[in-house]
Unconditional design. Structure first.
Length: 304
């Protein structure tokens, strides 16, 4: 180990004293690019199958991811619009009760609805008999987050003058359940995308290595460095991932248009960064895991 370490140190010292020839660096870079293009050309029509397969996988992932962000936006909007109703007793001091509720943690806004107003609205909606108004005065309490509903309702029940409280519990639970399912599905599909992309590129690069086995062996005998042999293969995988991602962007943009229409229909604001996050994720996953697939194939099948 000591001799090997000394040898490495000696190589580093020698390299540090060798002046850099930038023209040589450029020529090497161009040569690597040419080798990458050569490998892709030798693969032939299989390139189309590889790129379209990766594009299909990334399209499904990108669509699910975009839908997940849309559902999150809907859940957050529903949560911000959701209000807890606090029903007051007839002898309650309305001003004092409103002041106390506004001072509670997680409460953003308190709106007073008189029982007369509620009664008039009810009579507009349904045909009610001519009886004394049975409805109580109501306070609509807007919260900062649906997660805090339970704690706020407990605090509301402790306040003098508040007889009862209610909120759309079933609606909140359904939205949270849908949100959790879609988030889980997205995470699962990320894993599937990674595994499939790595497997596809791994098999492709293995075929390239087998077809160029003699050529690679000749380069090794000529003393060509390992990184010069490996880099074009890794770049080939990265290019497959990049092209697959670029193709996947087309149907993902179609999904984006439908999501925009849905937001406009429900009058819910669109996060301007959502589409960028999806496209960036698709591109990153495509290139990164295609490169990893190439690297793993090289490590397994190319002994350099």
């Amino acid at each position: 180990m000591t001799r090997r370490a000394n040898k490495q140190n000696l190589k580093q010292k020698v390299k540090s004293h060798i002046p850099k020839d930038w023209m040589s660096e450029i020529r090497i870079t161009c040569r690597i690019a040419m080798e990458t293009a050569k490998s892709i050309a030798q693969t032939g029509l299989v390139n189309i199958a590889i790129i379209t397969t990766i594009a299909a996988i990334l399209t499904i992932f990108g669509s699910i991811f975009r839908i997940t962000l849309a559902v999150n936006s809907f859940v957050n909007s529903m949560g911000s619009a959701l209000e807890v109703s606090a029903y007051l007793s007839d002898d309650a001091d309305i001003n004092a009760t409103v002041t106390r509720i506004r001072g509670l943690e997680h409460v953003q806004k308190v709106t007073f609805i008189s029982k007369e107003t509620s009664w008039e609205e009810l009579k507009k909606e349904i045909d009610v008999p001519d009886i004394t108004n049975p409805l109580p005065n109501t306070l609509h309490v807007k919260l900062d987050d649906t997660k805090n509903i339970s704690s706020v309702m407990q605090d509301l029940r402790k306040i003098d003058g508040v007889n009862d409280t209610s909120y759309a519990k079933d609606l909140v639970q359904k939205f949270e359940m849908i949100n959790a399912i879609i988030n889980t599905a997205t995470l699962v599909f990320v894993v599937i995308v990674c595994i499939l992309t790595i497997a596809i590129i791994n098999n492709t690069i293995e075929l390239v290595i087998q077809s160029r086995k003699e050529e690679i062996e000749i380069m090794r005998l000529m003393g060509v460095s390992n990184w010069y042999i490996k880099t074009p293969l890794v770049m080939q995988g990265a290019i497959y991932g990049f092209l697959g991602a670029m193709v996947a962007i087309i149907p993902i943009n179609v999904v984006q248009k439908y999501i925009i229409k849905m937001h406009e229909f429900f009058m819910i604001a669109i996060d301007p960064w959502s589409q960028f996050a999806v496209l960036f994720s698709v591109l990153t996953l495509g290139v990164a895991f295609a490169s990893i697939g190439s690297f793993l194939s090289i490590k397994k099948h190319l002994q350099v």
